[in-house]
Design a protein around this ligand. Structure first.
Ligand code: JFZ
Length: 419
């Protein structure tokens, strides 16, 4: 059991025996994924009937208590003609992201895939008439990115028996079990049958789902695709790995498989007035901070109703990709390093190497490192392809590495210590 103040939320837990499950090996290696929140909510983009609706963009239907009959009309306008699966996947690829998790159905209930079980889907209800998940599946195969689906299993504000809509329907009289059995499960089956191999299903906001229902969803996923992972928000502590609270990075290393889902500004679904983007340095340091504590970073983009990933998001992702192209060795496939809890640095490790990620480069470049617990045989800058040795000297409490006098990298300068 996790303590009450754990950054891993109760109900977002994982199997206690999952830590060694080889099904998670690709995901443990990956470290960095792209989250995509895309749906009808990109049309109002945070504004309803001329009024700004506070909160995250994809919650606008609930926040503004928009009746189903009105919200449904958005589908007739949804025509993302600029959507280009090859471009989206290529952004993820160039950013150094190894998997992509896209909303197949969010809480608003609109299906971004062709489903036999409803006409409220992108193929049947919009002028666009294409299935973007099918196009993404083909591109992911081609470009070597793992395709994964977000699916809101509990909340569905459109379905009369789904959870959450108490302005059109009466919560107490809903047949939630019928909704799970006759709608959620058949749709999960479609998602796992029609799009090739799926890396993971990202369920969300478990709320009223019972342990038996969570269990049967996990079993269903594993029955159709045994390798497909299930995140902890399926509910009741039975996912393959845990998700932290949104945008929360734990203070310490956690010895379990976990992931931080995070926004690049302050919303998941596109909002036209949210222009407060995290800087490339912040994003790179968050990725490294998370990696150094054993987690994965699932970083979100919210494409527009035209099908475009906002340029400021693309710019930031590509900046991360540039840094990773040089320093990826110190991120992918690493485990948490021996030094934890320092402000100025983070550490990751692979057999025979400790990667010292320096966030605050000391004036003069003398890096004082204590607490490694291992004998260091040499040091060089990861960005230096000729691996010019840096002078290492011992002190009573550790070592001093003589680096360049100013920071070699503005985001995070990585020093390789060979041990
Ligand atoms: C959920 C969704 O409601 C939201 O729209 C978005 O999809 C996000 C990724 O997930 O929001 C949550 C879920 C869990 C927590 C916070 C927000 N939590 O555990 O703190």
């Amino acid at each position: 059991m996790l303590p009450d103040d754990s950054p891993i939320r109760q109900g977002s837990g994982q199997r206690t025996d999952a830590r060694k499950d080889p099904r998670l090996d690709w995901w443990r290696e990956a470290k960095f994924g792209m989250f995509i929140h895309w749906g009808l909510y990109a049309i109002p983009a945070g504004e309803w009937k001329g009024e700004k609706i506070p909160g995250i963009g994809e919650w606008i239907m609930l926040r503004a208590r928009i009746p189903v009959a009105e919200y449904e009309q958005l589908a007739k306008q949804f025509n993302p003609v600029h959507f280009n699966a090859a471009e989206w996947v290529s952004v993820a690829k160039r950013a150094g992201q190894k998997y992509l998790v896209i909303t197949s159905k969010h809480h608003d209930g609109f299906c971004m895939f062709d489903s036999k079980y409803t006409n409220y889907d992108i193929v049947d209800a919009t002028p666009f008439g294409r299935d973007p998940l099918r196009e993404l599946a083909a591109e992911c195969q081609k470009q070597g990115i793992r395709l994964c689906f977000y699916y809101s299993q509990t909340q569905d504000w459109h379905h009369p028996n789904g959870d959450g809509n108490d302005w059109d329907y009466v919560e107490e009289t809903k047949d939630f079990d019928g909704y799970i059995e006759n709608y959620v499960k058949p749709q999960v089956r479609e998602l796992l049958t029609n799009y090739g191999p799926i890396g993971l299903i990202w369920f969300d906001t478990p709320k009223r789902i019972t342990e038996a229902q969570s269990r049967s969803l996990v079993d269903l996923v594993h029955e159709i695709q045994p390798a497909c992972l299930v995140n902890g928000r399926v509910g009741n502590h039975i996912g393959d790995y845990a998700s932290t609270r949104d945008n929360v990075i734990p203070a310490d290393l956690l010895d379990l498989d976990w992931e931080t889902p995070a926004t690049i500004n302050h919303t998941w679904g596109y909002k036209k007035d949210d222009e407060d983007w995290k800087s490339p340095t912040e994003l790179i340091q968050k990725l490294v901070d998370i990696t150094s504590k054993g987690g994965n970073y699932l970083l979100n983009v919210g494409p527009t109703a035209e099908g475009i990933i906002p340029q400021p998001s693309v710019d930031r992702l590509l900046a991360m990709g540039e840094w990773l192209a040089v320093n990826g060795e110190a991120v992918y496939g690493t485990r948490p390093g021996p030094i934890q809890g320092q402000e100025w640095c983070r550490t990751t490790t692979k057999p025979g190497k400790i990667y010292l990620h320096v966030f605050d480069w000391p004036t003069g470049g003398q890096l004082r490192v204590a607490g490694l617990g291992q004998k260091v045989s040499g040091a060089y800058l990861l960005a230096d392809s000729s691996k010019t040795p840096l002078l290492v000297s011992s002190t009573p409490d550790g070592i001093v590495v003589a680096g360049p006098s100013s920071a070699p990298d503005a985001h995070d300068s990585v020093v390789v210590l060979t041990v």
